[in-house]
Design a protein around this ligand. Sequence first.
Ligand code: WT7
Length: 652
Amino acid sequence: MSDTAEKTYPPSDAMAAGAHVNADAYTRMYDASISDPDGFWREQGARVDWIKPFSTVKDVDFTLGNVHINWYADGELNVSANCIDRHLATRGDQTAIIWEPDSPEDGALHITYNDLHANTCKMANILRDMGVGKGDRVIIYMPMIPEAAYAMLACARIGAIHSIVFAGFSPDALAARVNGSEAKVVITADQAPRGGRNTALKTNADQALLHCKDTVKCLVVKRTGAQTTWVDGRDYDYNALAAEASATCEPEVMNAEDPLFILYTSGSTGMPKGVVHTTGGYLVYAAMTHEITFDYHDGDIYWCTADVGWVTGHSYIVYGPLANGATTLMFEGVPTYPDASRFWQVCEKHKVNQFYTAPTALRALMGKGRDFVKGADLSSLKVLGTVGEPINPEAWKWYNEVIGGGRCPIVDTWWQTETGGHLMTPLPGAHAMKPGAAMKPFFGVKPVVLEPTSAEVLQGDPVEGVLCIADSWPGQMRTIWGDHERFEKTYFSDYPGYYFTGDGCKRDEGGDYWITGRVDDVINVSGHRMGTAEVESALVAHGKVAEAAVVGYPHDIKGQGIYCYVTLMGGEEPSEELRVELRNWVRTEIGPIASPDLIQWAPGLPKTRSGKIMRRILRKIAEDDFGALGDTSTLAEPAVVDDLIENRMNRS
Ligand code: WT7
């Protein structure tokens, strides 16, 4: 370990003095949140405006067969009213969203809370006129443009459940989500500009809709003005309709436990599952974590570089910041366009105070050298954040010194699509940070480290094992869309009585937490989750592939890369052309984010006598760590392993 890994970085006196939560407050509040969760969360419930106040706070059971999670269950509220209307009297003319387009030459937009209100209401009225009502599902397949936020808030306003599909997903993946959620409408745009290239979103949507019920409608937002095909009766022109639509729309009264959104995410088995988040608890948790983790103060300019297609964009570009009346920056582009100085140019241009990004972006930018940072004035920055994967000490140090000038605490936020908001993170004014550590649980979060096989709770420090959470917090997912049984099985069956995170972790001598990565068959590619089973089923759907096994391997920039062992059908020969063909195949089946990094031709795969692929061995070979393959005595054909090791040079 390098010296950075041992040194700790306490908050400055000024930071500790001015922060919402300092070290004493953290201890006091954390203890209160654990000893009296009802009292603690009753008080925090006041962060949002209720149409009808709640009387009960927490009603939770983690027992297999009876898992239910309810927060503020008899309260009524509307999320869009909380994110917009309640701010109008005091900050109607304040900028709610700063929009920074893909090309710096196009100039930014400043959307005030008044504008946000008018635009959200228009979109809500358009959706209502298209036949969308409370409880109906709407798919959002959009570039990072303000209309994506209007669409989310418009759904929330009329009680529709949105499900965002990241614009990097393929038509097939989009169709699966439209059908899986039985959506009535898909909202998309003509094109999505990113890094100077345009993705034909509407064309993708057209292709997807060929595989959906013909009652599904499509609302099309103009971004580039590119011509698209048009299906009369199915396609609706957002810009034409918005010009006529009313700018007021009464928000629907929603129960705290009505679903707010579904977000599909990869698991260790099967196809992506629809994670369901509800209204009251989610909003309280998103707002609270946004304010406290980033130490957001009124008037600050906050920027999270994620895409609204991921949960980070939901909680920390849209819902958390807007519930707090913040100014949130929405960026359409990529960190390296027009060049690797873009992030820092945008920070200077908009005087960003809190900046939140992913380790993969930092590693990529670090590799381009300091010259790209030098030209930018970064003195406005106060707090830096990371999310998505463990951050290596080298990247942490670069972030701290080169970007933060040694002045800015770094919040390494560990959480998941399922958790709705941060579960572990250092707080800027409270904790002495350790590079690479997620440090401390957020309020109300009770982490436990279990021995993986015996499920015994490991006491004392230091310990290492699988990470579970012993009790609920308001932002927790409630179910898997349409499959509560799968929800219970996935998260509550391996370690009974606990929420199982799928991550491994260590608790060090000081009682601080370090996430060690997934312990299941999920890989983390550039901070995005990918199920190895999904890539495998895409590969075997190709006519020339007999069998495939996919594992992660260490990748300098992406954190993990996608390594595919492919067995071809009898009579098929490996070739470079076929490799290219398979890569493109996976890109069309799932999307560019699932593109295989390495493909190794495998005449056979290591299997147990019962036919189960031994991924542990495949992971070791992919990591070039075949000295320690462990017990191979249960293999049906041990020679297969030697062949894979010998022929690993076939990978590329
Ligand atoms: C998985 C969740 C939460 C939004 C982005 C990803 C990994 C996430 C960290 C972190 C170490 C992290 C975990 C987790 N992860 N943040 N700060 N340190 N690992 O959401 O796609 O649901 O993935 O990402 O493995 O389980 P997601």
